[in-house]
Design a protein around this ligand. Structure first.
Ligand SMILES: Nc1nc2c(ncn2[C@@H]2O[C@H](COP(=O)(O)OP(=O)(O)OP(=O)(O)O)[C@@H](O)[C@H]2O)c(=O)[nH]1
Length: 307
């Protein structure tokens, strides 16, 4: 199995980082604008099928030394405190605890009560929360940002504060640089080539992910990714080899299931959808692999004779 996925994985620079990023904040602070402008049109998510919302990938950005996987954090309900809301807030909390970096967005005009409500959902001792002070283009006086930054640090131990203007694309690279520091060293979860357009490879990877989430539900924690290791197509059929990457060794049997039943079902459902999408016969093989850091990968590749 290692040989199959290892030999086909693209070479990655040493020290490459990859991880999940959540962008949170009260309504209207500019979260969507920020994400859209960072991700850019060409890589916004393309899967039209409903997925487990908690795990929805909004888009992927790949830079020379890092890949950023932006995920949705639905259920940010601070207004209505129903039973359901409380449950959703719990799910928000656990989602936030599982991503590698959280970008908390406020407006440059200052803190509002709504900001504090959302802030209260963050774990108090987190070391992975960056404050993005957005809409700096609206504040006339740049000096006014200094007291705002001081006030912000008194409210929460942010690892960094970055003033940005999402709309005007200002300081977005600075923000990415801060996020990058929080991501673990890892091979990219997604083949960068898959995300440059709405490619069938990308859609196939998303379909497999979606099936895995649908079948595994709450059994499987957050981190799961799919890579397409081989894609060979003729007019009549496509041969696809994919790997489901899980976070821990203990997650592997969950995905594989009794006698391989779960994994077979994931493959069967995904194969049917991909065949429909491509309009041809599909041979799909799905492997399961535990996510490891880059250095482990290097060791594995060396063992197998790939330098
Ligand atoms: N002046 C200015 N306006 C911005 C900036 N970023 C976003 N906006 C505007 O702020 C408004 C809200 O932006 P959204 O991106 O929809 O905010 P959001 O936080 O995603 O809002 P919800 O979806 O309600 O949670 C829109 O009218 C944006 O055009 C910015 O940097 N400067």
């Amino acid at each position: 199995m290692l040989a199959a996925s290892g030999s086909l994985r693209p070479a990655v620079a040493e020290g490459f980082r990859c991880g999940y990023v959540a962008v949170v904040g009260r309504p209207n602070v500019g979260k969507s604008t920020l994400i859209n402008h960072i991700i850019g049109e060409k890589v916004s998510i393309t899967s039209k099928k409903p997925q487990t919302t908690r795990n929805r990938v909004l888009g992927v950005v790949t830079k020379p030394m890092a890949q950023f996987v932006f995920v949705d954090t639905p259920g940010f309900q601070t207004k209505v405190k129903t039973q359901l809301t409380r449950r959703m807030n719990r799910s928000v909390r656990s989602t936030l605890a599982e991503v590698d970096a959280v970008v908390f967005v406020i407006e440059a005009l200052g803190w509002r009560p709504g900001d504090l409500e959302v802030l209260s959902l963050l774990p108090r001792d987190a070391k992975n929360v960056i404050l993005a002070v957005n809409k700096t283009d609206l504040s006339k006086n740049r000096d006014a940002l200094l007291p705002l930054m001081a006030e912000s640090m008194s409210r929460y131990p942010f690892t960094a504060i970055v003033p940005v203007s999402a709309e005007k694309n200002r300081q977005l690279d600075d923000l990415l640089a801060e996020i990058e520091k929080l991501l673990p060293e890892s091979v990219p979860y997604f083949d960068p080539d898959l995300f440059t357009d709405k490619s069938p490879r990308f859609l196939a990877a998303e379909t497999i992910r979606e099936k895995a989430f649908r079948l595994l539900g709450d059994e499987l924690p957050y981190g799961i990714a799919v890579t397409i290791d081989k894609w060979a197509e003729t007019d009549e059929e496509a041969t696809i080899i994919a790997t489901l990457i899980v976070e821990r060794e203990s997650h592997k049997p969950i995905v594989i299931g009794e006698g391989g039943a779960k994994l077979r079902e994931i493959s069967r459902l995904a194969r049917a959808d991909i065949a429909e999408m491509l309009g041809k016969r599909v041979y799909l093989e799905v492997w399961v692999r535990v996510r490891r850091g880059w250095s482990d990968d290097v060791k594995a590749l060396k063992t197998l004779g790939y330098d």
